[in-house]
Design a protein around this ligand. Structure first.
Ligand code: PXL
Length: 263
């Protein structure tokens, strides 16, 4: 039996993050992956590896999604970086052309290299048009603060409060990630399903953020949900894969390493 996992995300042209990472994760977890490209990010080695960002034409995004949903019966999708309000409109419109069982949103908010003004519009559009469609959302520390409207998240109780506030905005499941940002020895994630809080905790692997960890985490949850796993199992599998992937990270000529998904 084939389980399909779909992804709508950007290309990060060094393969560390973005749709490349999503498809590698899908493959690793034994689902058939396919995806639509929303934008192309190219780091700039001449400018401290800042992000150069080019959006894909909204009609081309709609065409890609039209082709994929016509070709296969898709019921589980991950949404990664979208990048502009026009992209968000196109994706929201295409998503509503059919029912989905699982819509996993990795709410990638700010990509360095985008104009701050444009980023604010993009955040608002994401919150208004995509967040209400999501069944699962996986904000990191910064995204949790922004989406929950909190000035600070300093401990696990704050992370739980953020997850509850984001849950009130529509998604059935919120997984708020403390990552390397919360103080302490553990990388803690909080799953809130509207009633219960489940804590996932692993010893931190260093204090540095690793490129692609967030993409891999949401992609692994997506793959597991596509196979029919319940959300708690999906998050546990994802947490394991990401922890291992960070241990197996690939160093580069940039001052950051990239996660490697091999299980
Ligand atoms: O890790 C966030 C992310 C997601 N998607 C794309 C990216 C990045 C960060 O660089 O470039 C396309």
């Amino acid at each position: 039996m084939v389980n399909f996992a779909y992804v709508i995300a950007g290309s990060e042209a060094t393969g560390g993050a973005g749709i490349q990472t999503d498809l590698k994760t899908f493959q690793e977890l034994d689902v058939y992956g396919l995806g639509a490209l929303t934008c192309i990010v190219s780091f700039d080695p001449k400018n401290q590896w800042g992000h150069r960002f080019v959006p894909v034409d909204p009609q081309v995004i709609k065409d890609q999604i039209e082709a994929a949903v016509a070709l296969h019966e898709l019921s589980t999708v991950k949404i990664g970086m979208l990048g502009t309000p026009a992209t968000i409109d196109a994706v929201a419109e295409s998503l509503t052309t059919q029912p989905w069982k699982n819509i996993v949103l990795d709410p990638v908010l700010i990509c360095k290299g985008q104009e701050p003004g444009a980023a604010l519009d993009t955040d608002t559009a994401l919150r208004e048009k995509i967040l209400p469609l999501a069944t699962v959302v996986t904000p990191n520390h910064f995204e949790a603060k922004t989406l929950a409207g909190m000035d600070e998240i300093n401990n696990v109780d704050d992370l739980i409060e953020a997850a509850k506030r984001i849950h009130a905005q529509g998604p059935s499941y919120v997984i708020a990630k403390g990552g390397a940002e919360l103080p302490g020895e553990f990388a803690v994630d909080v799953l809130y399903d509207g009633t219960e809080v489940t804590i996932f905790s692993e010893p931190k692997v260093g204090e540095e953020r690793v490129s692609g960890a967030g993409c891999t985490f949401a992609a692994a949850i997506t793959a597991e949900l596509a196979k029919g796993s319940d959300i708690t199992t999906a998050v546990a599998v994802a947490k394991n894969l990401v922890t291992q992937g960070i241990k197996d990270r690939v160093e580069s000529n940039a001052p950051f390493a990239s996660i490697w998904q091999r299980a």
